[in-house]
Design a protein around this ligand. Structure first.
Ligand code: DWN
Ligand code: SAH
Ligand code: ZN
Length: 408
């Protein structure tokens, strides 16, 4: 019998379909030689028989993940900067054209999106609990409240600033287990015709691409149109639009409105029908995913061992949060991966959680180039390949593991 737990959305029964073992906090990069005890939990994922929501079986306390030293800086990718500039500009010409509009962002990080809204002189507020990244946004003139978004915070924002025309959240709503409080807060905060728009990794893409490393402590939920529709309905909100996005390996931008305020688009109906036809959250499909991930892991370890036996130097590229899952699940340490290069100053000079692989600045990559690079930031492949053409010209190869293990 597979383990079960209670659904965080509807109290139904969640049945586990995949166990990724004992895992550390994905973004807890450590000082080398630190003797402080590492926090570990069991990373496993299941789906609810009633509302279909895919979710983690265990919750990691939020303060252990999101704090002053949270190291992920959204603005580290040029492609993501352009993406969020596009998001902001679209809001500025659609939802934010009324009299003195107001936008709230949940999880504004270093201000990658709000910068554009602030520069346009539009009223805005970011709610961001991680102090270091919140300070980076504030230093650019962006209004930020250092807090976890929840109902009580939403009511204070409402009191101080009035109703919001848009509540936006990227790669954050899926990080928050206590959805009832968040949606109650959003419902109170939204203007009668306001929208809650959020972008998060799509379970349909994770399954199709075997991108199992999207599963880690911060990613508590794995949304589908069906599960989001069910979740929204329970909170007096309605799914009125969906849009597939290429970001982070395949995401969906969901738009919720107050129930009855807007007419759901054809795209919602079409995606629901597509998910039903695929049987996206059926046990057989999810068990097939788990089996293909286990194969993927075995292939990756075999490839790294082969390269090592041939005396080849292999390094990692991009010390992502996702890489904690793949490295710990596959047992890949400094014996197989010499170091990982990463452009984020807060990660450099540290070692990876659980596996203790050194993280070095990008310059380490070329001095001298390795024989092979494991592309851990596979979702930024185009951007990274474009800036590292000299590596391939020098004979270097890329090792990828999503959707399958491949050297190119
Ligand atoms: O959902 C989340 C996403 C948005 O960001 C968070 N829970 C945490 C984080 O996840 P991640 O660390 O897996 O995200 P990325 O965007 O895949 O991380 C890319 C990493 O690679 C960063 O550490 C920066 C680095 N990088 C680099 O060294 N050179 C990135 C690019 C584009 C580069 O050229
Ligand atoms: N929106 C950015 C950041 C994603 S990283 C982007 O798409 O790149 C996730 C962010 O959510 C972190 O900055 C984290 O501090 C923040 N976060 C986590 N829990 C939150 C909560 N309950 N309320 C608001 N922000 C939260
Ligand atoms: Zn449920």
């Amino acid at each position: 019998m597979s383990p079960t737990t209670e659904c965080r959305i509807c109290s139904g029964t969640v049945t586990e379909f995949f166990d990724l073992g004992r895992q550390p906090i994905a973004d807890a990069f450590r000082e080398p030689g630190s003797t402080a005890e590492e926090f570990f939990y069991r990373l496993a994922v299941g789906t609810c028989a009633d509302c279909t929501m895919a979710q983690l079986m265990e919750e990691v306390p939020r303060d252990l993940m999101f704090h002053q030293d949270y190291p992920y800086h959204s603005s580290g990718s040029t492609v993501m900067r352009a993406h969020f500039e596009g998001v902001a500009k679209r809001f500025l010409t659609t939802e934010l054209t009324g009299d003195d509009p107001f936008l709230v962002e949940i999880g504004s990080n270093d201000g990658i999106m709000l910068k554009v809204v602030a520069e346009a002189g539009v009223r805005h507020l970011g709610v961001e609990p991680s102090g270091g990244v919140a300070d980076l946004a504030a230093a650019q003139g962006i209004n930020v409240r250092k807090d976890f978004f929840e109902e009580s915070v939403a009511l204070e924002v409402l009191e101080a600033h009035g109703r919001a025309d848009v509540v936006f959240s990227a790669n954050t709503f899926s990080h928050i287990p206590y959805v009832d409080s968040v949606l109650a807060g959003i419902r109170a905060l939204l203007a009668p015709n306001g929208v809650f728009v959020f972008e998060d990794p799509y379970l349909g893409d994770i399954v199709a691409k075997s991108s199992f490393d999207q599963i880690y402590d911060e990613h508590f939920y794995f949304f589908t149109a069906r599960s989001v529709k069910n979740m929204a309905a329970a909170s007096g909100l309605e799914l009125v639009d969906v849009e597939r996005l290429p970001t982070h390996g395949g995401e969906i931008r969901y738009t919720l409105a107050l129930s009855g305020a807007r007419t759901p688009s054809a795209a919602v109906r079409e995606l629901l029908a597509e998910e039903d036809a695929r049987g996206l959250t059926d046990a057989a499909v999810l068990e097939g995913f788990a089996a293909s991930v286990a194969r993927n892991r075995d292939d990756l370890v075999a490839e790294l061992r082969r390269l090592k036996a041939e005396g080849k130097r292999v390094v990692g590229y991009g010390a992502t949060a996702k890489s904690a899952t793949v490295l710990n699940y596959a047992g890949i340490g400094p014996d197989l991966l010499e170091f990982i290069c990463d452009s984020t100053p807060a990660k450099q000079g540290r070692v990876t959680p659980g596996t203790h692989i050194p993280v070095r600045p990008p310059e380490a990559f070329s001095s001298p180039y390795p024989d092979c690079a494991l592309l851990l930031a596979w979702n930024h492949a185009d951007e990274i390949m474009a800036k590292e053409t000299a590596y391939r010209d020098a004979g270097g190869t890329w090792l990828t593991y999503v959707p399958e293990v491949r050297i190119s």
